[in-house]
Design a protein around this ligand. Structure first.
Ligand code: 4AD
Ligand code: MG
Length: 462
C-alpha cells in the first residue's frame, strides 16, 4: 500500500478541490451494490462519515466489500464530487487495507441503540453518533473554559486531589489510605490515622476551593478545573461520584461580582458551542432535545434574573403546583423546587442568593441579618443547579466562630485561617459542574452520558 500521510475525514469533507488522499477509520456501514459497494467511514474527527466508493476492479474488492461494521480500515483514493444528496465529496478508492477486522458479534451494528444499552458498552460507545458528538463537545468546551479565564488574566492553579479537608463539610469524602483495611492500627478505640501514609486522615477532594482561595489572595484572579469526588450515595441522573468542576476565585469581589462572573462564563460557554460545534449541535437539536438551538441562542442573550432565597420560598409557597417536599424558610431547596423556579416562574436562568446559614457551608460570608449568608446558586431549566458559589468570610473572628458553630475542627484548617490573619481581603468564587454544563448544552438527560467513563454507586468497571 502507498505510504501517504493520513487526512482527517473532517478535512476531507471540507476540501475545496479534488485530491488524492489517504484516510483511516472505522466502518459505520457497508452497502454492497451490483456494480459498486459503499462504505461509510468515520474517524471521529467529524460527525459526518466519508462515503467510500469501491469498484470491483479493486485488487481485494471481495475482502473489502465484505468488511464488517466496526472494522478498522485504511484506504487511498481520489476525492471526487458526490452525486448523492447531502454530501459534497466521496472517495473513489483504488487501494484498501483492513487494519483490524470486526465480525458480526460487534455490538454496534447499524440499528439505533438505547442510551442505557450503550452505557453497558462504555468502551465502544465513543464510536456511536451520539457519543461522538458528546465527547467532541466535551473537548471543545474544556478548551473554552481555559480560553475564557486566560483571556481575562486568571491564573490556572492545580489544587490537590488528595486532601485532609472536607471543604463542603458534608462528609462525603472517599478515603485514601494505605493502612491494612482488615486490621487498621487502633488508638483509644478508633483508627490511628497518625500511622497512615500522610500521618492524618485523608481522602479525595470534594472541591478545590479552599486551596484556590489561598491562591486568590496572592494572584487576585484564579481558577481550577479538575476532577472532584463525592461519595454520596445518590443515584440520580445529575450526580456522579467523580465529576469535573471549574472553580474561579476572585479577590476584591463581593457576591454581585461573583454572579456577574458566573453569568459571563455561562454565556461564553454557550456562545462558544454555538460558534464552534454547529455540526454536533444540529444533531442534538434534532435527535436529543427538540428546540435546543433556540434555547441556547436565547440564553446567549438572556438577562439572568436574581432573587433571594426568601423570595424563592415565597414563590414556592404560593405555587399552584403540588411538591413532594413542603417548603418552609430554612429548608434546603429540592430539585423539584429548583426546576419549578427556573422552568415555570422564570423560564430561564435564575440566581438564588442569600440562603439561611444553617443549610450552607462554614466558609460563606455571614450577612448583616446574622441569619443568612452571601451564597448564590445558579439554576437553569432541566438541569437545575449548575453553579454553587458565595462570597467568602474574610473576617477572622466571624470565620472562627462559624467554624465552631459548624463543628469544623480548626487544627485541620489553621492554614485557611492564616490568610484571614495576614492580608485578608473580600473575595468570592463559585463552582460549576462541568457535566451539568454539558447536559445543558447537549440536551443529554443523564450525567452518565456526558462523562467518558462514569463513576456512580456500583459502577467503576471501565
Ligand atoms: O454546590 P457545590 O457543592 O459547591 C462547591 O463545591 C463549592 N466549593 C464551589 C465553590 O464555591 N468553589 O458544587 C458546585 C457545583 C454544583 O453546582 C454542581 O453543578 C456540581 O458542582 N456538582 C456535581 N456535579 C455532578 N455530580 C455531583 N455529585 C455534583 N455535586 C456538585
Ligand atoms: Mg451546591
Amino acid at each position: 500500500m502507498k505510504t501517504m500521510a493520513r487526512t482527517a475525514i473532517k478535512q476531507a469533507l471540507k476540501a475545496n478541490q479534488s485530491a488524492e488522499i489517504c484516510v483511516k477509520g472505522w466502518v459505520r456501514s457497508v452497502r454492497r451494490g451490483k456494480g459498486v459497494s459503499f462504505i461509510a467511514l468515520n474517524d471521529g474527527s467529524s460527525f459526518d462519515s466519508l462515503q467510500l466508493v469501491l469498484a470491483p476492479d479493486l485488487a481485494n474488492y471481495d475482502q473489502i466489500s465484505r468488511v464488517g461494521t466496526g472494522a478498522c480500515i485504511s484506504v487511498v483514493g481520489t476525492l471526487s464530487e458526490s452525486p448523492a444528496a447531502g454530501q459534497k465529496w466521496e472517495l473513489q478508492v483504488f487501494e484498501a487495507e483492513v487494519i483490524g477486522a470486526a465480525d458480526d458479534s460487534y455490538p454496534l451494528q447499524k440499528k439505533r441503540h438505547t442510551l442505557e444499552f450503550l452505557r453497558t458498552i462504555a468502551h465502544l460507545r465513543p464510536r456511536s453518533n451520539t457519543f461522538g458528538a458528546v465527547f467532541r463537545m466535551r473537548s471543545a468546551l474544556s478548551f473554552a473554559v481555559h480560553k475564557f479565564f486566560q483571556e481575562r488574566g486568571f491564573l490556572y492553579v492545580q489544587t490537590p486531589i488528595v486532601t485532609a479537608n472536607d471543604c463542603e463539610g458534608a462528609g462525603e469524602m472517599f478515603r485514601v489510605s494505605t493502612l491494612d483495611a482488615a486490621k487498621p492500627p487502633q488508638q483509644n478505640g478508633d483508627v490511628d490515622w497518625s500511622q497512615d501514609f500522610f500521618g492524618e486522615r485523608t481522602g479525595l477532594t470534594v472541591s478545590g476551593q479552599l486551596q484556590a482561595e489561598l491562591f486568590a489572595t496572592a494572584f487576585s484572579d484564579v481558577y481550577t478545573f479538575g476532577p472532584t469526588f463525592r461519595a454520596e450515595n445518590s443515584n440520580t441522573s445529575r450526580h456522579a461520584a467523580e465529576f469535573w468542576m471549574i472553580e474561579p476565585e476572585i479577590a476584591f469581589a463581593d457576591l454581585a461580582a461573583d454572579c456577574r462572573l458566573g453569568e459571563d462564563f455561562l454565556r461564553y460557554m454557550v456562545s462558544y458551542a454555538l460558534e464552534h460545534c454547529q455540526e454536533d449541535l444540529a444533531f442534538f437539536n434534532q435527535r436529543i432535545e427538540k428546540g435546543l438551538l433556540d434555547k441556547l441562542e436565547a440564553l446567549a442573550k438572556a438577562e439572568f434574573k436574581t432573587i433571594t432565597y426568601t423570595e424563592a420560598v415565597e414563590l414556592l409557597q404560593k405555587a399552584k403546583q403540588k411538591f413532594e417536599f413542603q417548603v418552609e424558610w430554612g429548608c434546603d431547596l429540592q430539585s423539584e423546587h429548583e426546576r419549578y423556579l427556573t422552568e415555570q416562574v422564570f423560564n430561564g436562568p435564575v440566581f438564588v442568593t442569600d440562603y439561611p446559614k444553617q443549610i450552607k457551608a462554614f466558609y460563606m460570608r455571614l450577612n448583616d441579618d446574622q441569619k443568612t449568608v452571601a451564597a448564590m446558586d445558579l439554576l437553569v431549566p432541566r438541569v437545575g443547579e449548575i453553579i454553587g458559589g458565595s462570597q467568602r468570610e474574610e473576617r477572622f473572628d466571624v470565620l472562627h466562630a462559624r467554624m465552631d458553630e459548624c463543628g469544623v475542627p480548626q487544627k485541620h484548617l489553621d492554614w485557611y485561617l492564616d490568610i484571614r490573619r495576614w492580608g485578608s481581603c473580600p473575595h468570592a468564587g463559585f463552582g460549576l459542574g462541568f457535566e451539568r454544563l454539558l447536559m445543558y448544552v447537549t440536551g443529554m438527560e443523564n450525567i452518565r452520558d456526558v462523562i467518558p467513563f462514569p463513576r456512580t454507586p456500583g459502577n467503576a468497571h471501565f
